[in-house]
Design a protein around this ligand. Structure first.
Ligand SMILES: [Fe+2]
Length: 325
């Protein structure tokens, strides 16, 4: 892989702003796969590298609908987006985020198992019976936002990832759909391929040697990146001027897995733990009359258990973090 060493400079002079990795940035674009025609190759690439890029996952109507949704809700509920005087402290310098839009907007339900990306997600998690919903949000780096403060990190992980055999299926997957064109100059998602079993970015850098690369993912609106949450990644800063909007959805693996090892050394993998202790699922989905939908929304945390026990009382929700209405 052709990489260029880019000197990492903190132009802002602000020590809280990230320097973003080792600067071994790949100039070869990540391959893109059609999620229907090339599902086998896409899954093989993901299994090998811990991420995959899927092309044309949203059509023009869906891109317009989701951008319209973001515009509308930023005007209707600015505080939910972290706009206005009361910016959310946990997203300062990280752009805007609208957490948990599913709670109040059934118009988004149809995206949660999207016909383009969801079959790939199911295949990677071991089949549709193992796919579970974790979280859904929208994020935006506004125009003229300046440098961000995100460095390479992994999301939720399970400790047995270092040595379990086989490694797969992953514990969690995240799907990022670009809602705006991500061209050079725009902030973009960036991964370190083959890093999912490394305890730190430095360990990945040392272990991968010349194979270590930071791969920026660019593509038109509608592009989807699927990544194993154990894979190191960041939002790479752009020129500080261009905006970017994304839809992020996390999936977990459900069901118990037994390894094929001999009885004495056999291990069992339980369903993935809950991703957060605060994320809530709306009653219409968590208590759906459709058993498949109930199973998909069955990874409840204790906050969800308490909310369900209250009969989905709006005051109970309001008392929870990010429970704004
Ligand atoms: Fe992350």
């Amino acid at each position: 892989m052709k990489v260029t060493l880019q000197k990492q400079e903190n132009l802002s002079g602000d020590p809280s702003v990230a320097t973003q990795g080792f600067g071994r940035v790949s100039h070869e674009p990540a391959p893109m796969f059609d999620p229907v025609r090339e599902i086998d190759a896409a899954c093989a690439f993901f299994d090998a590298h811990g991420y995959v890029v899927l092309s044309d996952c949203l059509d023009a109507g869906e891109i317009a609908h989701l951008n319209g949704f973001c515009d509308r809700t930023q005007a209707e509920r600015p505080l939910a987006w972290g706009l206005g005087d009361k910016r959310k402290p946990h997203h300062r310098n990280q752009g805007l985020i609208y957490s948990q839009p599913l709670l109040d907007y059934p118009e988004l339900d149809r995206y949660t198992r999207h016909p383009r990306s969801y079959p790939v997600v199911c295949r990677l998690l071991g089949g549709e019976q193992h796919a579970r919903f974790s979280e859904f949000n929208f994020r935006e780096t506004p125009e003229g936002a300046g440098p961000g403060a995100m460095n390479f990190h992994h999301d939720a992980v399970v400790a047995d990832r270092f040595n379990r055999t086989p490694y797969g299926p992953p514990d969690w997957l995240c799907a990022i759909h670009y809602l705006t064109d991500v061209e050079p100059g725009a902030p973009c998602f960036c991964v370190v391929p083959d890093s999912k079993r490394q305890p730190s970015l430095k360990a990945a850098h040392d272990a991968l040697g010349n194979r270590y690369a930071e791969v920026p993912i660019r593509g038109p609106a509608g592009t989807c990146v699927l990544y194993d949450t154990a894979t190191y990644h960041t939002r790479l800063d752009g020129d500080g001027e261009k905006m970017r909007r994304t839809w992020h959805q996390y999936y977990a693996r459900g069901g118990w897995l037994r390894s094929a090892l001999p009885e004495t050394s056999r291990y069992v993998r339980p369903p993935s733990p809950v991703l957060t202790d605060w994320n809530l699922f709306p009653e219409r989905l968590a208590m759906s009359a459709d058993p498949k939908t109930r199973l998909f929304f069955s990874h409840w945390n204790t906050a969800q258990g308490e909310w369900a026990a209250s009969g989905f009382d709006p005051d109970v929700r309001k008392a929870m973090p990010r429970g704004e209405q």
